[in-house]
Structures are given as C-alpha cells and as structure tokens.
Design a protein around this ligand. Structure first.
Ligand SMILES: [Fe+2]
Length: 473
C-alpha cells in the first residue's frame, strides 16, 4: 500500500509518501512555493511527490473538526480546513498522535517513552506516551492553554521577533544575555510544570518595563533558562511515570538544541526525528496509518537534483575561496541543511563568519554550526553521543582552533557524520582533515535571504544570479 501523508493549515505544510514502510518522498511546501513557513501544499510539491508513486490512501495529521471546536470554544486563531488533493479515502489522526508516530516509528526503539511538546494542535499541548512492540499508548496529557511552545513563542514576540517562526533566533540570542536580570520575573510566568500565569496565545500583555536592545538578549537568556528548567522537570516526570529509559522527543519544542543536550543526563538513549515540528507530521500521519515502524535510513528525502556528491569540486573551492556552496542529490527533510543544500566553509578563519554573513545577510549574533566526522566528535566537543541532525548544542573543547563555529557562550550546535550516513560529505571531511588536520567544516543553509532552502535547478540559477557566485552541483 502507498500512503500519502499530509500536513497543512499549520505554519509548515508538508507531504510524505510511504510504501510498505519504505519512505519514498518527504518534503516541505515552502521549498516549492518559496513562501517561508507556507501553510498549504501547492501543485508543485504534490506533482513531485506523485513522481514517486500513486497513493491508495491518505493520512492527515490532525482532526480538523476537533481543531475547529477548540478555535470556537477555547479561542486561538488559525485555519483548520485541509485541502485534500486526491479523491481517495482519508484517515485523520490527532495532532499529537501524528507527532508521536513520526518519532516512535522512525526510531530504532521498541520500548520507549514518547514526549510531545509543541504550541498547540487541537487541544493537547504536552503529551506523554509509551511505545511498546509497535503500539503507542497515551499516558498523560496537558491541554491548551497550558503550553511549553506558547510560553516560548509569546516571549519571542515580546522581543520583536515573529512567533511560530523565529524562536530559533531567540534561542541564539540567549547566549548574549544575562539570565539573572529577568530570571525571577520570567519564572513567575511558568512557575511549575503544570501551571502557567495565563494563556500565552495572545502574547505577553502585562510586561510593564521598557525593553532596550540589550534587554532583548537578557530576556531571551532568562526565557531559555526557565524553559530548560521546566523541560528537565517534565522529562524526569515522564521517565518516572513510565519507567522507561529511552526517549523519543517530538513537537516544535524538540528543535531547541540548547535545551536538548540535558536529555542525555536523564535517558540512556534519545531519538529526535530530524523534522520534529509540524512539518514532520505528514510522515507521522502516514506512519500512523501504516501502524508499524518504518524504515528510517536518511533525511535526504525531498526533491532530487541527481548527481554524484561533488567531493573534488568542494575541496578545490574550500582551498581556493574558503567557502563552497553546494546543491546536489535529494533535499533534506527538516529545517537544517545537512550537506545537500549547504554552504560549507573553513572553520579556522574567524573572518569567514563575516564573509558567509555577507552572503546570507543575516543577524551577526547568529551562530554557525560545525559538521564533524563522528569518530572525532568527543575530542572537539563535550559529547559522548552522535548528533547526525544538528539537534544538540554542546561545549566546544578547542574553540581557539575553530572560532568560526563557536557561539559567544563557547558552545556549538554540532552535526556528526558517519560514512554510512552520508558517504560524500564524509569523504569531503576526510579529505579536508588530511589537508588541514581539522575534521570539521562550517555548515550553514544555502538559501537566498529571507527564503527557504534552495530546492530545484531554477533556485540554483536564481541564487547564482543574485550572488554572482557559483553553486557546486
Ligand atoms: Fe505540533
């Protein structure tokens, strides 16, 4: 059976196609429409998905009528009505169950606790499940308006950023702030794991002080600290309640790489699918209908540019220009560029940050991430686990040698690579290591400012025209 999974009417529409547990295609609507965080699937992504097979059934990631009832009865404004593109039977799964399935069914765990934390779907905002022998069971739920995600988003908005979109910028800003200044005040908004001051859906509406530019960083730092404290408490509670030692973590909150690292102190193993937010839920809904583990091998599941990984060209460009823009093969499923739509650069040069920032025209305080050969990771970073999808921020142990990929607070959001995971990127790193003695490159997303990651050939042409620079393909 071929199942088309759909996620739509949230901030990140996506499609996934699976056949008997194999993933044929998974991608985001925004990559095709060029509208960042596009809410709806468009003709181009539908046609690209259908290149990989003709579905017999559709799985949808939410229960639209339940969501509509929440909007009418409890408030919150969003769309709830999906556009189903094909005349096929549709099975609807709840928002948090789709998140749970996207995580558990792509994990290698048979027995685990599944925690889903996001802003809001229908009613649930924080849920704890168990996954045992392919069966997922709800253990505990917290409903709207209590919400980890809405708490974080409300403060994102308070400091002048876009809620539901720019939380990652606030997370980056936290390293530049002093958490002590607003710690007490922010703490009172979220004083325990089952109580919050009020419904954050309409933002923070009782902040009584003027907010200067430096305050924004201090508020970000305090919010990050309070979020981390509550997250750890919630995870300890989930572990104790279910008596499980392995964690599957899903929902938009699982994108908070600074907080995620502490999870390794609580659990023996952790799985965060590389697309844990709503855009991963098209795959979750498809897996829910399949009802079994699916064969997760790789996050490179989107539009296919074809070609062999251009190892020699990348190395030549890195030596000559210290930078290499690369677009090849299938696009990443998830928010991070993991080598197939990436700008790679020399991490040793402190000025490379400015050079890449000039290309990307983004805020100077935002950190750049390192990609490293997995077997070298523990020598360069304080970590004893792999981070194949850039989901954990850890302390850098040799910051003076790779200043371009170390954040203000001495940490880095690391991507580890093995030969099995990405043979081409691994070979690039291995050659780079032989030349420089450093098994690390800077890795950041290849996109035109304000636009999603590049997807197809037209996007590459557009990028080359805009920046008068070549993309290696
Ligand atoms: Fe969600």
């Amino acid at each position: 059976m071929i199942i088309l999974g759909i996620n739509e009417t949230s901030h990140d529409a996506s499609l996934s196609l699976i056949k008997d547990g194999e993933i044929l295609f998974a991608s985001h609507a925004e990559r095709y429409s060029k509208k960042k965080n596009d809410w709806y699937n468009n003709k181009d992504i539908i046609l690209d998905a259908l290149n990989y097979g003709t579905p017999n059934a559709i799985a949808y990631y939410e229960k639209p009528w339940l969501k509509k009832s929440r909007i009418l009865l409890r408030g919150g404004s969003s769309d709830w009505k999906p556009h189903i593109p094909l005349d096929l039977p549709v099975k609807y799964f709840s928002h948090h169950y789709s998140h749970a399935c996207a995580g558990y069914y792509t994990s290698k765990f048979n027995d685990a606790v599944i925690v889903v934390l996001d802003a809001i779907g229908e009613y649930n905002t924080s849920t704890i499940w168990t996954g045992e022998n392919n069966k997922i069971k709800l253990v505990k739920k917290y409903n709207y308006p209590f919400s980890f995600g809405l708490f974080y988003s409300a403060f994102t908005q308070l400091i002048g950023l876009m809620p539901n979109q720019e939380e990652y910028i606030m997370m980056g800003m936290a390293a530049y702030g002093d958490p002590k200044k607003y710690w007490k005040k922010v703490y009172e908004y979220f004083p325990s794991i089952n109580f919050q001051k009020y419904n954050f859906h309409t933002g923070i509406n009782d902040w009584d002080e003027e907010i200067t530019e430096q305050d924004k960083f201090d508020i970000a730092a305090a919010v990050q600290k309070v979020y981390e404290l509550r997250l750890i408490e919630f995870m300890r509670y989930a572990a104790a309640k279910t008596q499980k030692t392995k964690l599957v973590f899903m929902g938009g909150c699982a994108l908070n790489s600074s907080a995620n690292t502490a999870l390794w102190d609580i659990f023996s193993d952790v799985w965060i699918m590389p697309n844990p937010g709503d855009s991963g839920s098209s795959l979750g809904a498809a897996a829910a209908l399949y009802g079994n583990h699916i064969n997760w091998k790789t996050p490179y599941l989107g539009h296919d540019l074809g070609g062999k990984y251009p190892v020699t060209e990348i190395i030549t460009s890195l030596i000559r220009d210290k930078v290499a823009a690369v677009a090849t093969g299938r696009a990443e499923f998830g928010p991070r560029a993991l080598g197939n739509r990436s700008i790679l650069a020399d991490p040793r040069d402190p000025n490379i940050k400015d050079k890449v920032n000039l290309i990307k025209q983004r805020e100077l305080f935002r950190p750049f991430a390192p990609v490293i050969m997995a077997e070298h990771a523990s020598r360069w970073f304080d970590m004893n686990f792999e981070s194949p999808y850039m989901q954990y921020t850890v302390k850098c142990l040799q910051p003076e040698r790779i200043p371009a990929v170390v954040h203000k607070d001495g940490t880095s959001r690391v991507q580890t690579v093995t030969k099995e995971q990405h043979p081409g990127l691994y070979e690039v790193l291995s050659n780079w290591y032989a030349i420089t003695g450093i098994p690390i490159l800077l890795n950041t997303s290849l996109n035109i400012k304000g636009q999603p990651l590049l997807n197809d050939k037209n996007d590459i042409d557009q990028w080359e025209k805009t920046y008068k620079s070549k993309v290696i393909r």
